[in-house]
Design a protein around this ligand. Structure first.
Ligand SMILES: Cc1cc2nc3c(=O)[nH]c(=O)nc-3n(C[C@H](O)[C@H](O)[C@H](O)COP(=O)(O)OP(=O)(O)OC[C@H]3O[C@@H](n4cnc5c(N)ncnc54)[C@H](O)[C@@H]3O)c2cc1C
Ligand code: SF4
Length: 615
């Protein structure tokens, strides 16, 4: 029997793989201590339940093992609720019920036989680490991308070493077996799906911090979160982005861009060297004179050039006086001018313009509260954009001077975040009205003399914010928000644990392009066109962020299209919108130097950013 409520939850899994990193300090699902296939993670289990509901897989030995290893501990509820508001443990109970019923009814439990190729794979990596069991395979068969067709692989393999990877690549070549590498498949564009062999890098998890050389050696199964945590432990920072993305995969896929790119750059700027396995099984690194030139760039959609087996990522020093501030703006023009100016002046190690969609999602632990905050910012506070700046005390002092102290500093941000359930209250409105001003309402918010009354109105505390979540999770959330890093702008941007909340309400596709920052009218026109395209296809859409790059000369623009993966009409609409968006960006990039479409950078993430920012 399939439980419809559990199926609804399973179908809403966004595949951002946040259950694969211990980002809340809860520990991971205990089943994955000794099991590496994604089918043992909560995300994989959700896929399996959906597949059972569709009668797409039989009950196999693999399935019963997956189900039996769940202890119903509830860790996945905490992790998943934090970003998506889903409660997967109901799905886990339903999975157990399904298998119990099946066993009780005397159903046959299928033992899937290996074929010759699987035996060869198992002889390379060890029997437990290569499989053709459909219960495992189905967890590698799809992602919620509106344009990617699901693809059930024939096998999944989990190599541990570079030597094993070489043997696998050679075996695939000898048998004409197509293969695809998989980090966490969080690209959500179907790039890690394939009908042949999926090579999951989850067992290749080495990190070596090399203080003398200022770099970290990273194997392909290391996530951004894990690397940042290790770098921080040694007093450094790395330029990584989405926390659950594998560093090598992200580097290969889109070159890694984040707001830290304002100072650290993107693509090849992130690394010192990298090692690969070519299609013939040949090992090379980027500093070899006869190596394929992966630093180069071609404006085209290219295939994956090689398997990345390690990257030497740059380590950046930190100082003990770092802080984050948000500078509020009513207009995009004002925000863009400040972001450009700061980047030209080399102020801030992280700079970006955020819209109210992002800031409200990041601040609020629930969709309902996020919707409220999204309205309050423009309506009550007259804020439509915020320039986020991360810097040391000299940088932050400079921002204060440039903006005449009109900043939401770290303290005020904590007040707004921990008091956000009271932002809609009348008390805040009357405070704003009491202060006479001909300036926008956010000016009052930023005044030091208003701080104590705002605090009194919002009553900011971990308990206040935890009040927004269901009762049974409140104690956990209150404990979480007692940790200072959970509202610290620097920590939150280094570890990025909130960014997946962008997809909490609806799944999204990020429309991303690079553009020349001095051509303001072009940036306006591009963002306006991205919106117009989405609107014309009935696709919900919103401004994502803008990051200045390369000392104020270029910018990365992200505009987001939203859809419901369970609604075919919305999928059709967004497909049409994405096609038109692609056509528009390709046309613009052919005409204007400095405009580049992110899809052209995919698989060219090791290229020098100069190659696509200036062509
Ligand atoms: C909510 C959200 C926000 C995001 N924000 C950002 C952002 O700000 N900046 C950014 O840069 N990205 C961002 N992304 C995109 C995402 O982080 C990248 O696509 C990243 O590559 C995903 O990592 P992964 O481990 O899941 O890779 P996968 O999806 O598993 O792989 C990505 C591609 O790389 C290939 N690949 C994987 N491993 C290897 C390897 N070892 N060698 C060769 N090829 C390999 C795969 O075949 C696939 O084609 C975001 C994604 C989400 C879901
Ligand atoms: S409830 Fe089951 S699936 Fe969820 S974390 Fe615990 S053991 Fe893993």
């Amino acid at each position: 029997m399939i439980d419809p409520k559990a199926l609804e939850t399973a179908s809403a899994c966004r595949h951002y793989s946040m259950c694969k990193i211990d980002y809340l300090g809860t520990g991971l699902c205990p089943a994955v201590e000794s099991n590496f296939y994604v089918s043992y993670y909560p995300e994989g289990r959700m896929d399996i339940y959906r597949a059972l509901a569709q009668k797409a897989i039989p009950v196999t030995e693999g399935l019963t093992d997956i189900v039996d290893t769940c202890t119903l501990c509830g860790i996945c509820d905490k992790q998943c609720y934090f970003v998506t508001e889903l409660r997967p443990s109901k799905v886990m109970e339903a999975l157990k019920d399904f298998v119990d019923d099946y066993r009780r009814s005397g159903g046959e439990i299928l033992k899937v036989q290996p074929d010759d190729l699987l035996r060869r794979l198992q002889s390379i990596v060890g029997a437990p680490y290569a499989t053709n069991d459909p219960a495992h395979l189905v967890a590698y068969a799809g992602d919620p991308c509106p344009i990617a067709a699901p693809a059930m692989p024939r096998y999944v393999v989990l190599p541990r070493t570079r030597e094993e990877m070489v043997e696998i690549v050679k075996l695939c070549r000898a048998h004409d077996l197509p293969y695809v590498l998989r980090g966490n498949s969080a690209n959500t564009m179907g790039f890690a799906l394939g009908p042949g062999l999926v090579i999951d890098t989850n067992r290749m998890r080495g990190i070596v911090i090399d203080r003398d050389r200022w770099c970290a050696l990273v194997e392909p199964g290391v996530s951004a979160f894990e690397l940042q945590r290790e770098a921080k432990r040694h007093g450094f920072r790395v330029n990584v982005a989405e926390p659950a993305a594998m560093v090598c995969a992200n580097q290969m896929c889109s070159g890694i861009f984040s707001l830290l790119g304002a100072s650290y750059g993107t693509c090849a700027s992130n690394l010192v060297n990298a090692e690969f396995i070519g299609p013939e099984g040949n090992v090379f690194d980027l500093n070899q004179p006869d190596a394929p030139n992966l630093f180069s760039f071609k404006k085209d959609v290219l295939p994956m050039p090689a398997v990345c087996t390690r990257v030497w990522v740059k380590l950046h020093p930190t100082t003990d006086d770092e802080e984050g501030v948000l500078v509020p703006f009513s207009t995009f023009e004002g925000a863009l001018a400040l972001a450009e100016d700061l980047n030209k002046r080399r102020i801030g190690f992280g700079v970006g313009i955020l819209g109210t969609e992002y800031i409200s999602s990041f601040m609020a632990p629930t969709k309902a509260l996020a919707r409220q905050i999204k309205e309050i910012f423009p309506e009550k506070l007259e804020v439509n954009y915020l320039v986020l700046v991360l810097g040391d005390r000299y940088a932050i002092d400079a921002v204060r001077k440039i903006t005449a102290n009109q900043v939401i500093d770290q303290g005020l941000f904590r007040t707004l975040m921990l008091g956000s359930p009271h932002l809609a209250d009348e008390r805040l409105s009357s405070i704003l009205e009491d202060f006479q001003s001909d300036k926008p309402a956010y000016d009052i918010l930023c005044r030091p003399e208003a701080r104590s009354v705002i605090e009194a109105a919002l009553d900011p505390s971990p308990g206040t914010l935890a009040g927004a979540v269901p009762e049974d999770l409140r104690e956990f959330f209150e404990g979480l928000y007692q940790r200072p890093e959970m509202s610290d702008l620097v920590w939150l941007n280094m570890f990025r644990i909130l960014s997946s909340r962008m997809g909490r309400d609806r799944a999204f596709v990020a429309c991303i392009a690079f553009a020349p920052l001095d051509k303001k009218e072009l940036i306006h026109a591009m963002l306006a066109r991205f919106k117009e395209i989405a609107d014309s296809h009935g696709v919900p859409n919103g401004f994502g962020f803008v990051m200045p790059l390369d000392l104020g000369k270029r910018a990365l623009l992200e505009y987001d299209y939203y859809f419901d993966p369970a609604n075919q009409a919305e999928i059709d609409n967004i497909r049409r919108a994405m096609t038109e968006f692609a056509g528009y960006v390709i046309e613009t990039s052919a005409k204007v130097p400095g405009v580049a479409w992110i899809r052209h950078i995919v698989y060219q993430g090791f290229s020098r950013m100069e190659q696509f920012l200036y062509i």
